[in-house]
Write a protein that binds this ligand. Structure first.
Ligand SMILES: Nc1nc2c(ncn2[C@@H]2O[C@H](COP(=O)(O)OP(=O)(O)OP(=O)(O)O)[C@@H](O)[C@H]2O)c(=O)[nH]1
Ligand SMILES: [Mg+2]
Length: 599
């Protein structure tokens, strides 16, 4: 495999993870998984990419996240020291991220792919603009020193359902970028499922997290904090390093508007607590950024496998479908063999056997001799035919080839349909197939089968005739053998006549009866030889026929059926590619990050 350079590797990994994210979003019940894939691709683009491309550690990023209406925008104002973000009673008001840059000169990284598909809007927009954009606002300089002078503070959209594609994607972009995630939970909804899952994800990704609990009564704050620590933080997953995450909790109790809207003055008490918790996690910009980067790389390296689970499962189900198609194909071929081929005599072949016997007869003037013998063999012919009629059972009625093939196809499709219905609840591949059988799939298979059958019919007639003709032509084309056989038969016939005359001399009339008997025996030998040659050719036709059924009917049909779920736009080939490439790229970037960290 070629080794892409850093920028290409970052781009490829982010693109593969992005493709998987879209793949998951198209399936019901996988929205949360799609969210974690987005976080992974955003970590690649927004953290690992800029680091490997020598972007400076400054500014650091604080992302304020949480459920709808939890008080995120209010917390942003406290971080920035003035009312800069739009707090709004309408829950879910903030729809796209806004970056608040410190009054100094800090700027956002300019690396390709930074913040993914989000566009930066230059002019000021209301926070409820629901588009893939982000705003950048620079804070006004104040007389007092800005404690977060090295930080960009991000106000984010809420995290209430994984299904809101736009919000979640935008939130993940910023959360991935963050050196510190400030997780805001209000007293009434501190334990909501989706925000809590998000909190777990942030911790797993190795983010430094500070929690802010809002809106409770001041007097309830200690109990509430204790409860939150136990119920929510007590269940956090371990960090990528294996240690238990230490997440501080800062209470932001209900504040009257005068306090809430004056974070640097009347609200300073709360603000200072929160700033301290953030600053304590970021002793120096370089160290904080390095931690963000190495945790991101470690998260990708450890979570990468889990992130690919869906893809692996999809491929496994697809393989199971292909397996079911294969089993059905074998059943079909087996049925054809048992119900048709084994009983089929290929009667048209008898014609060629007669031609073989005929060939051994003398041509030209020798014909006279042949005719005489033919007359002499009349009793033998009559006796043989009568005996054959008596002894040989009439052919059992063999089902027509088309009937057998049609029935085998019905069996094949019924089997697949039953399997698809049985497993429809377990995976979309089977559901799609089950739906297909209700819709166009079955009719299309039959159409294809009929078309293939026409080709098959033409080829099988050709093959039968060609093999028969070849049998005769082989003898005709070998004059040496032909003359030997003719001569042999003639010699045997003459020898029989001679022997009868010599041994019975002077023969009585009844001794002459031995002559027809003898020449019948030589003829019978010739016929047996011809029958043997014909049987061998018949066997050949039978095995050709089996191959022909496979090549023109079952193989193409099986191939088409096997690929059918992939024709609906689900690119299984791409899944396969992503499955092999993503782990390699993750490992490669992880090595590059480690090398650069120690350099
Ligand atoms: N009474 C009271 N209201 C608060 C407090 N903190 C925030 N609010 C109000 O709660 C509402 C939501 O606050 P926001 O800061 O906009 O919350 P958000 O998390 O940004 O909300 P979305 O962006 O809509 O998801 C606003 O009307 C705030 O004024 C508080 O401590 N006390
Ligand atoms: Mg808001």
């Amino acid at each position: 495999m070629h080794v892409p350079d850093t920028r290409a590797a970052v781009g490829e990994l982010a693109a593969d993870l992005g493709w998987l994210e879209d793949h998951c979003r198209a399936q019901p019940g996988l929205a949360a998984h799609a969210g974690s894939l987005r976080l992974a691709s955003a970590l690649t683009r927004n953290v690992i990419g800029p680091f490997l491309e020598d972007q400076p550690a400054r500014p650091l990023h604080v992302a304020v996240v949480g459920g709808a209406g939890a008080g995120k925008s209010t917390v942003v104002n406290f971080l920035c020291g003035s009312v800069v973000a739009e707090a709004n009673p309408q829950a879910g008001y903030t729809r796209h991220p806004t970056a608040f840059l410190p009054a100094g000169g800090a700027t956002l990284p300019g690396t390709i792919g930074f913040l993914g598909p989000m566009r930066r809007v230059s002019e000021e927009k209301p926070a409820n603009l629901d588009e893939d954009v982000y705003q950048v606002r620079r804070l006004q300089p104040t007389a007092a020193a800005d404690p977060l002078g090295e930080f960009v503070v991000w106000d984010c959209p809420d995290m209430t359902t994984w299904a809101s594609t736009g919000y979640v994607a935008r939130l993940m972009e910023v959360a991935a970028l963050a050196d510190v995630v400030v997780y805001v939970a209000s007293d009434e909804r501190y334990n909501d499922e989706v925000p809590t899952q998000f909190l777990h994800l942030a911790v797993k990704a190795g983010k430094a997290v500070v929690c802010v609990l809002t809106k409770m009564r001041e007097s309830d704050a200690p109990a509430m904090v204790e409860h939150f620590q136990r119920e929510v933080l007590g269940r956090l997953p371990p960090l990528p390093s294996g240690s238990i995450p230490a997440v501080p909790v800062v209470p932001f109790p209900q504040m009257p508007p005068g306090v809430r809207n004056d974070p640097a003055g009347a609200g300073a008490k709360y603000r200072v607590q929160l700033l301290n918790q953030i600053l304590v996690q970021c002793e120096s910009a370089d160290a904080a950024r390095k931690r963000t980067v190495s945790n991101a790389a470690r998260y990708l390296a450890t979570a990468g496998d889990g992130l690919l689970d869906v893809a692996r499962r999809d491929l496994a189900e697809f393989d199971a479908w292909k397996g079911a198609v294969r089993v059905g194909r074998l059943d079909f071929e087996d049925r054809y063999r048992k119900e048709y081929l084994s009983g089929e005599q290929f009667r048209r072949f008898d014609r060629y056997r007669e031609q073989l016997v005929e060939l051994v007869e003398l041509p030209g003037a020798g014909r006279m001799w042949g005719n005489v013998l033919w007359v002499l063999r009349a009793p033998y012919r009559w006796g043989r035919d009568t005996l054959t009629r008596l002894v040989v059972r009439p052919d059992t009625l063999n089902l027509s080839e088309k009937t057998v093939l049609d029935a085998a196809l019905v069996g094949w499709l019924d089997g697949l349909r039953a399997e698809a219905l049985r497993r429809a609840g377990s995976h979309p591949v089977w559901k799609a197939v089950a739906h297909g059988f209700d819709g166009p799939l079955a009719a299309e298979v039959r159409d294809r089968f009929q078309q293939a059958f026409r080709t098959f019919e033409l080829k099988e007639t050709d093959d039968l005739e060609a093999t028969g003709r070849q049998l005769v032509a082989k003898l005709e084309g070998n004059p040496g053998l032909l003359y030997l056989l003719r001569g042999g038969k003639l010699t045997a016939d003459i020898a029989v006549v001679g022997a009868v005359l010599v041994f019975t001399w002077v023969p009585s009339w009844y001794h002459f009866l031995l002559i027809p008997l003898g020449v019948s025996a030589t003829h019978q030998t010739a016929e047996l030889a011809a029958r043997g040659a014909t049987e061998a050719a018949r066997l050949k036709v039978r095995s050709h026929r089996e191959e022909l059924v496979q090549a023109t009917l079952t193989a193409p049909l099986a191939e088409w059926l096997a690929q059918w779920p992939a024709t609906g736009g689900t690119a299984f080939e791409k899944l396969q590619q992503v499955l092999t490439r993503v782990p390699l790229l993750i490992r490669q970037l992880d090595e590059k990050v480690s090398a650069k960290m120690t350099a």
